[in-house]
Design a protein around this ligand. Structure first.
Ligand code: HMN
Length: 288
């Protein structure tokens, strides 16, 4: 389960319906061109928090059907509706997903006891493994090393997707949990996280930039930091341009430029203006 995982984009049509043909094209592009080790399905990048339970299941089903066993699959099943999270965990496990992941429960300010109950309830309901999805800047949930340690007492909880810029905490986690899987979540900090010894990374920009991400990660592991830094610089020029223009919408336009039917984002995310579509096309020309 180590390595680079694309946080999979989903193609939606203009009415917001799942475009199965487009989704399958995105999946194939990630396997054949980005050559990632796996896919992280129904994360933030899949626009998961704007879709129904049935749609989440459809995406899990289509993805497994397209991938078969070619790359590893992680199913993000987290939801503040714990019953939904358990239902999705069972569904993805039955489909054969290699691991589950769940975002820390958000919106209501759950205390740690409640968070612990949430993770244990999901993972103890199935025969699978759990990767905690920690993304404090969107959820407001910050956990300490001691709290992670308490969650990791459940052996089925095998790792964490660490989407934060706190590298002191990341180093403390690496030190404390040498046998747990730690995935970097911010693509713009991939090199720094790799230097600290993460086991892998999960990123949205890998949908288009998987090749550079691999170079950064592997060069860092070989200790070739100056070379890796040059590629991180180019990657971050790209990420800055993409973030300025609208993250997911721009990544989809770049995919379209590469011949992949990536569709539109789900409302309430807005469509790009013609001007921004033009900028997205010029980003695609600039970096490839
Ligand atoms: C997911 O759940 O889809 C991803 O794992 C999220 C991933 O960490 C991305 N975070 C968000 O989109 C919030 C990053 O790849 C991020 O998009 C990228 O580093 C640009 O900031």
């Amino acid at each position: 389960m180590k390595g680079l995982f694309t946080a999979l984009m989903v193609s939606y049509d203009e009415e917001g319906n799942i475009n199965e043909k487009g989704l399958r094209e995105i999946i194939r592009y990630n396997i054949d061109v980005n050559r990632v080790d796996g896919l992280y399905v129904n994360g933030s990048t899949g626009e998961n928090f704007m879709i129904s339970t049935e749609e989440k299941k459809e995406i899990f089903r289509i993805t497994k059907d397209e991938v078969k066993d070619r790359v590893k699959l992680i199913a993000q099943v987290g939801s503040v509706n714990l019953k939904e999270a358990i239902e999705l965990a069972k569904y993805a496990t039955d489909l054969g997903y290699d691991a589950l992941s769940a975002v820390t429960p958000f919106y209501y300010k759950f205390d740690f006891e409640e968070i612990k109950h949430y993770y244990n309830s999901i993972i103890n309901a199935v025969n699978n493994k759990m990767i905690i999805y920690s993304i404090p800047f969107l959820t407001g949930v910050n956990m300490s090393v001691t709290q992670f340690e308490e969650l990791f007492e459940n052996e089925k909880i095998i790792g964490v997707k660490f989407t934060a810029g706190d590298f002191y905490l990341l180093e403390r986690m690496r030190r404390a949990f040498p046998d747990k899987l730690i995935y970097a979540g911010f693509d713009e900090m991939l090199l720094s996280a790799a230097v600290l010894g993460v086991d892998g990374a999960i990123g949205s920009t890998f949908n288009v930039n998987g090749e550079r991400a691999r170079q950064i990660f592997e060069l860092a592991q070989q200790g070739k930091i100056a070379e890796a830094r040059e590629i991180q610089h180019v990657t971050n020029d790209l990420i800055t341009d993409v973030l300025d223009n609208g993250l997911y919408q721009t990544l989809k336009e770049i995919l379209k430029e590469k011949g992949v039917d990536a569709g539109y984002c789900r409302q309430p995310m807005k469509k790009l203006s013609d001007e921004k579509i033009g900028i997205a096309k010029s980003i695609a020309r600039k970096y490839w």
